[in-house]
Design a protein around this ligand. Structure first.
Ligand code: HEM
Length: 445
């Protein structure tokens, strides 16, 4: 106790809130009640004390809190000590869980796989796979879009990030990833019939597959991201080790498709619910007179589509926030946060702040027009991809992929939502409409 007092020189109180039930704290509400956070913020304000996933935690919300966690106060935090044990075990020593020099070196070695030249090489593969799925969707006619988007983004990720070829067992790999993802939010009990045990087996199978692909790239490098990772060298001329390569490739595959799936699905839903926005996005595509394969230049001109995607990011951010471990105690907004706690910065609260985004629940891409630029009023108010020095490394990859897919959807296809489905959103394992967004889909005449 004396220790706690001496590390709290300003004698500030802990944030308001409660630690909930013994042992479980408020973990169940956090995981399964989509309205939990918003209710807590309304009652207690943006900085809230709780107990989730086995640890005391402060949930920090709003642009000021985002700025502190993502940029100005970073020295107080560790990523490795922040993420729950399930993430640490399943995702291994990958970028998500690294700190300091180890993180700096690995991030630098990974970045060439996401530079403009690399993206230029990815464009055609993304486009070809998209066309294949569009044909398949026309034949199907009716389907649940979340699962379909997931297969498409997984094929793109496994071809570009791991060099899988058509005909490889992508469906099996995708199933393994679903098992891996379910394990992240399960109880960490490693028994073969438990969700977590299955997730660890799935991780081992995926790592074996990735190791074979790495060996192939070492013999025969190509232009996919895995080849670029294999060839990348640090300032000393050293490459990533096999263990590092495997962990980073697994993370990129994981981070690179579930999130994009979620945003694409929300885009498809938002178009069907906002016909005037859909018409305007379609008109922009028509005005570009695109014939034949897409180019980076044509994609750059899709400025209204960019606004639409930002509005989807604002209202349906796939990732609800990020965990950090407190390695140095700190004071924020009149509260003291002790060492050893967990911090969860929340993404949706800033996106819903009426002082930044008037009528925040309205789907209105014009808020991101150059004239209104509502997100520019306050730094760290649009953080669907994180922010600061550790902003999402896959940002440009995801934007390119989403623009290719949505450009084709807008120009050549139409869809309507099927009746009798729930459009309520579930948060885990990935943000999505409960019934997966069931649609009727056809080619425009
Ligand atoms: C719509 C798509 C995506 C969304 C919404 C998204 C969101 C995010 C967010 C919020 C963070 C920061 C988390 C935090 O601060 O704790 C992040 C980090 C990261 N993302 Fe993404 N992401 C997307 C796509 C991708 C893709 C396509 C890749 C890779 C191919 C990727 C790889 C990563 C990695 C490796 C990090 C960790 C960066 C670091 O710690 O230095 N993401 N992403």
């Amino acid at each position: 106790m004396a220790n706690a007092v001496s590390s709290n020189p300003n004698n500030l109180p802990l944030p308001p809130g409660s630690f909930g039930l013994p042992f479980v704290g408020e973990t169940l509400q956090f995981l399964f009640d989509p309205g939990y956070l918003a209710r807590r913020i309304e009652k207690e304000g943006p900085i809230i004390r709780t107990h989730i996933l086995g640890r005391p935690c402060v949930m920090m919300n709003g642009p000021e809190a985002n700025r502190f966690v993502l940029s100005t106060g970073m020295k107080h935090f560790s990523w490795g000590e922040g993420w729950p044990v399930t993430f640490r075990e399943i995702l291994g020593r990958s970028l998500f869980l690294q700190d300091g020099e180890e993180h700096r070196r690995n991030r630098k070695l990974i970045m060439p796989a996401f530079h403009r030249e690399a993206l230029r090489n990815y464009l055609s593969s993304m486009e070809q796979l998209t066309l294949r799925y569009l044909d398949k969707w026309v034949v199907k006619g009716e389907f649940a879009w979340f699962e379909e988007n997931k297969q498409l983004t997984f094929e793109i990720a496994s071809e570009l990030l791991m060099g899988s070829k058509p005909g490889d067992d992508v469906a099996r790999l995708s199933r393994l990833f679903t098992e891996l993802t379910l394990g992240l939010t399960s109880a960490p009990v490693n028994l073969p019939f438990m969700t977590y045990g299955k997730a660890l087996r799935a991780r081992d199978d995926l790592l074996k597959h990735i190791e074979v692909a790495i060996h192939e790239r070492q013999q025969n490098p190509g232009t996919d991201a895995l080849s670029l990772l294999v060839m990348s060298r640090d300032e000393q001329g050293d490459a990533l080790s096999m263990t590092e390569l495997k962990a980073q490739a697994l993370l990129l595959l994981f981070a690179g498709h579930e999130t994009t799936t979620s945003m694409l699905t929300s885009f498809c839903m938002s178009m069907a619910q906002n016909p005037e926005v859909w018409a305007k996005a379609w008109a922009e595509q028509e005005s570009l007179d695109i014939e034949g394969p897409l180019t980076l230049d044509a994609i750059k001109q899709m400025t209204y589509l960019e606004q639409v995607l930002k509005e989807v990011e604002r209202l349906y951010a796939p990732v609800p926030g990020g965990f950090r471990g407190v390695v140095e105690p700190f004071d924020f907004n009149g509260y003291h946060i002790p060492k050893g706690w967990m911090v969860l910065y929340g993404i949706p609260a800033a996106h819903q702040d009426p002082a930044i985004y008037p009528e925040p629940s309205r789907f209105d891409p014009e808020r991101f027009s150059p004239e209104r630029a509502e997100d520019a009023k306050m730094p760290f108010s649009l953080v669907g991809f994180g922010g600061g020095p550790r902003i999402c490394v896959g940002y440009a990859f995801a934007q390119l992929e989403m623009k290719i897919i949505t450009s084709y959807l807008l120009r050549q296809y139409t869809w309507e939502l099927l009746p009798g489905q729930s459009l309520d959103y579930v948060l885990f394992p990935t943000l999505r409409p409960k019934d997966g967004l069931k649609v009727r889909f056809r080619r425009l005449q």
